[in-house]
Ligand binder design. Sequence first.
Ligand SMILES: Nc1ncnc2c1ncn2[C@@H]1O[C@H](COP(=O)(O)OP(=O)(O)OP(=O)(O)O)[C@@H](O)[C@H]1O
Ligand SMILES: [Mg+2]
Length: 160
Amino acid sequence: MTVVLALASPAETERLGRAVGERLRPGDVVVLSGPLGAGKTVLARGIGHGLGVRGPVTSPTFVIAREHPPLPGGRGVPLVHVDAYRLGGRAELDDLDLDTDLLTAAVVVEWGEGLAELLAEEHLLIRLRRPSDDDDGDRRVAQLCGPARLIPEPACLAVP
Ligand SMILES: Nc1ncnc2c1ncn2[C@@H]1O[C@H](COP(=O)(O)OP(=O)(O)OP(=O)(O)O)[C@@H](O)[C@H]1O
Ligand SMILES: [Mg+2]
């Protein structure tokens, strides 16, 4: 299923991430795509909040993958956050042994489109973009493609 959402601010992007994180189970893969500064890490941070893992979820500068353990009171599912920007290809992805992580964790891969799909038969792809090329404000558009169980109801995203 495919859903397209308008996101008016970083807070809305984070809220979308949180709603996705609340749905993830061990073995789930989320692929985040979109240009530099699209908000992939903001979304990953929200996913971390939704899962209830130890933060902070930031752009990993020196490592390609970082594991965030579950916090008491969270969902009990660790988050492995991967930044595939500098990843050379399939062999380097295999070296990360993410399939072992996937036995217990949910894996979120920034810049993973075209690669991270290999990790799981079923995955959620979230593409982020600005509404238009000349829009340098806070608005973003998110396109979510994947199994319905991983796609939040619009009501989950409403501002309380
Ligand atoms: N609606 C929005 N959603 C997410 N981020 C937004 C939004 N509006 C503005 N921003 C800003 O855009 C920046 C997005 O940064 P972020 O690191 O999440 O992007 P990224 O896609 O991970 O970039 P990179 O490709 O470098 O990894 C942040 O500074 C954030 O505050
Ligand atoms: Mg990032």
